[in-house]
Design a protein around this ligand. Structure first.
Ligand SMILES: Cc1cc2nc3c(=O)[nH]c(=O)nc-3n(C[C@H](O)[C@H](O)[C@H](O)COP(=O)(O)OP(=O)(O)OC[C@H]3O[C@@H](n4cnc5c(N)ncnc54)[C@H](O)[C@@H]3O)c2cc1C
Length: 311
């Protein structure tokens, strides 16, 4: 067995990648199959995710669009469709700033096929990324709506928006390596997208996991103490029983004996407004100490990047 410290990484480098590359990277955390990433793997991977309904993977790619309409009714029509999971701001009377994930835009196309802005956005995205839209069970007649123009806004411009707009539209992904109790708490934050290492698919007896289970060092027990010795002995026994079960059972069956201390990788992707909310709750003295262990240093890093938003 292996014991490691918890950690986190802000996934800046993913922001420089294309949508399929970032979505593939995030999606493969579930299977811990990052070693399968190569120059040509991203598009087949995202197509497979779309076909199989592994929908949250398609939430890991977010796009910000500036939508300009010549007729005022067009914007009112969009709001009557009650678009879900989008950030929408008015930049000017006839101009909207809309941020959403590929999943949100796919579902907007499905649920509001007659709406002009939905159609224009689907057309704009499908021209650039056909693989995200070709599996949708809709007719392929995407006639370009008249009087609507769409432009993509790059991340650099998003960061230059006034603070409240930047906070709503700038999304940031953070990868945590923490214990299973912390991931259970993280996934309670509803406005986020999550992808996490799956104990159903990961077989820790495999070579790529070093044929062993990895545990997160508990913050509660000092190394060398009697409590730490009890914890470590329990993990050793649990690992032995898990590996024994795997001789005849599947990972999803054997995982039923795995404890909260099990190491889990999770990517949390959300906008800065929600990060502020998460940090407010999860750095307070009332929060679980293992959660504070990663959230307090994350708060420091975000303060350095966005001092106005994270004072
Ligand atoms: C110290 C602490 C102790 C806790 N103890 C427990 C416990 O014992 N048992 C337990 O089950 N949970 C517990 N929780 C979890 C807690 O109840 C929340 O589920 C979790 O912190 C998610 O935060 P949230 O609900 O504020 O907002 P999020 O889910 O992060 O949502 C962000 C914002 O979106 C809005 N929002 C999202 N969904 C809705 C909705 N359906 N209706 C209205 N507004 C919405 C709200 O404005 C909210 O502030 C605890 C959390 C903390 C920090």
């Amino acid at each position: 067995m292996r014991i490691i410290e918890p950690s986190f990484t802000i996934l800046d480098e993913l922001d420089q990648q294309s949508l399929p590359v970032r979505i593939e990277y995030c999606g493969r955390i579930c299977y811990k199959s990052e070693h399968r990433i190569d120059r040509d793997s991203a598009i087949p991977f995202v197509k497979k995710m779309a076909e199989h309904g592994h929908n949250s993977v398609l939430e890991m790619g977010v796009v910000t669009l500036v939508v300009t309409c010549s007729k005022p009714d067009t914007i009112a029509d969009l709001f009557f469709c009650q678009p879900k999971f989008l950030q929408i701001d008015h930049l000017a009377p006839q101009r909207l700033l809309i941020t959403g994930s590929i999943r949100a835009f796919r579902e907007m196309r499905l649920t509001s096929p007659q709406d002009a802005i939905s159609r224009a956005i689907a057309l704009f995205l499908a021209e650039r990324h056909p693989y995200f839209f070709e599996t949708l069970p809709i007719d392929s007649d995407l006639t370009r709506p008249v009087g609507i123009s769409i432009e993509k806004m790059g991340l650099r411009e998003v960061e230059q928006l006034i603070a409240p707009q930047c906070a709503r539209h700038r999304h940031l992904a953070v990868k945590f390596i923490v214990n299973r109790a912390v991931t259970h708490e993280l996934v309670r934050h509803r406005p986020c997208t999550f992808l996490q290492e799956s104990q159903r698919y990961c077989r820790y007896s495999a070579d790529k996991f070093g044929n062993e289970v990895t545990f997160i060092k508990p913050i509660f027990f000092a190394e060398g103490s009697e409590e730490f010795r009890i914890w470590k002995a329990t993990m050793e026994t649990t690992e032995a029983q898990y590996l024994r079960l795997l001789e005849t059972a599947t990972p999803q069956a054997a995982r039923t004996v795995l404890p909260n201390s099990c190491k889990t990788e999770i990517i949390v992707y959300t906008n800065l407004v929600e990060w502020r909310h998460i940090l407010f709750l999860r750095t307070s003295k009332a929060a679980e100490p293992s959660m504070r262990e990663v959230m307090i240093p994350l708060q420091h890093q975000l303060h350095q990047r966005y001092p106005v938003l994270f004072p």
